[in-house]
Write a protein that binds this ligand. Structure first.
Ligand code: SAM
Ligand code: SF4
Ligand code: SF4
Length: 347
């Protein structure tokens, strides 16, 4: 496996740098997307175990000292975390974070977009899988389509220019809306990215037959738009970008059929401070324990470096090679360990 990005920080066992940290600020969510939270009941992280903003900022600071340059806030639904702009302001003051972004389902965005922008957040991804309110209700089990659209508009008004719209494509649910979403993105001034349905923890209804592959998406889009050119880029971003004849760019994140583990420089910190080296990892490192037991910054740095340098994770590639691929984690195991859930780990 060849590393693709040069970095000042440590490299893992396959030479991949530690550059990108996703911080989940809550495991709670106000939607119940069928590909992420299809169950009726969930076990939640105890509130007293959630990291405070000071603790998150402290850990983020330590991570940036060992190489992290990109931070994305996520969840659960990050806008459910009270006073989130306060955390954004704290992180935005760290000059080592050269890219601070947030992924949201957009439901609460209209009321928070301006405060987030003013606090120093300038990159935003909104998840939106359908333009049809009836489908939104089926997909997310909540009647909140209109607030999401208002949120996207409010984000633009607030100043967000590098807006992205992420859509998980699920067969039988929304695969006939690819072009409509691209057209919506054009009107909204946003770049649309289609994500292949992944068999992550939490996706207890996943099956291979529901995955719409990158190849299939490109086929459908070229029937509508004609020639589609790949955009040639040298970066570790998961989305491959494509260009339509009219200059519109869109992305596809083909994590299921064409995993990008060999370029993966990202890791994840849960809202209660467990650090995972891969979306599919079964075990993480408890950084909250280190922080609350009085470990020094240097001790935490050493712990991070020692874990990263041993990293051999390539979860999606291993899943792809399985002869029969089904649900990753059953509901009983998820109930015993909510850390295995996508909504806890942060997508
Ligand atoms: N709640 C926020 C949201 O939905 O944008 C942030 C957290 S969510 C876990 C982050 C991203 O993970 C979303 O774009 C969501 O669509 C994606 N996601 C969740 N489950 C997925 C799955 N089974 N396959 C692919 N993407 C998934
Ligand atoms: Fe949907 Fe995001 Fe909530 Fe998962 S965390 S249920 S993807 S809104
Ligand atoms: Fe990175 Fe793991 Fe995802 Fe592969 S499966 S891209 S190693 S997080």
């Amino acid at each position: 496996m060849q590393p693709s990005v040069k970095s000042k920080g440590p490299a893992d066992a396959f030479g991949r740098p530690l550059l990108n940290l996703r911080i989940s600020v809550t495991d709670r969510c106000n939607l119940r997307c069928r590909y992420c939270m299809p169950e009726e009941e969930y076990g939640w992280l105890p509130r007293e175990e959630l990291l405070s903003f000071e603790e998150i900022s402290e850990l983020a600071g330590i991570f940036t000292e060992v190489g992290i340059e990109k931070v994305r806030l996520t969840g659960g639904e990050p806008l459910l975390r009270k006073d989130l702009p306060v955390l954004v302001r704290m992180l935005a003051q760290n000059p080592r974070i050269r890219d601070l972004a947030l992924t949201t389902n957009g439901v609460l965005l209209a009321g928070q977009a301006q405060a987030l922008w003013d606090a120093g957040l300038h990159r935003l991804t909104v998840s939106l899988d359908t333009l049809r309110p009836d489908r939104f209700l089926v997909l997310t089990r909540r009647d909140a389509h209109a607030p999401v659209l208002r949120g996207i508009e409010a984000a633009r008004q607030a100043g967000f220019r590098a807006l992205k719209i992420d859509a998980v494509v699920v067969r039988g649910a929304n695969e006939d809306e690819l072009a409509d979403l691209i057209e919506f993105g054009k009107r909204a001034g946003a770049e649309v990215r289609f994500i292949e349905y992944m068999d992550v923890g939490g996706a207890t209804q996943w099956s291979r037959s529901k995955v719409v592959s990158r190849a299939e998406m490109l086929d459908a889009l070229s029937r509508r738009y004609g020639r589609i050119e790949p955009v040639v880029e040298d970066c570790s971003a998961p989305a491959e970008r494509f260009l339509l004849a009219d200059g519109t760019v869109f992305g596809i994140i083909a994590s299921t059929t064409t995993p990008f583990c060999r370029r993966c420089d990202r890791s994840r910190l849960t809202a209660d401070g467990i650090w995972y080296l891969c979306l599919y990892a079964q075990k993480g490192t408890d950084l909250r324990k280190s922080l609350r037991s009085g470990a020094t910054r240097d001790e935490i740095k050493s712990l991070i470096v020692s874990q990263w340098t041993k990293r051999t994770d390539r979860g999606a590639e291993e899943r792809k090679d399985l002869p029969s691929r089904g649900v990753l984690v059953g509901i009983q195991q998820l109930r015993q360990d909510p850390h295995l859930e996508m909504h806890t780990r942060g997508g």
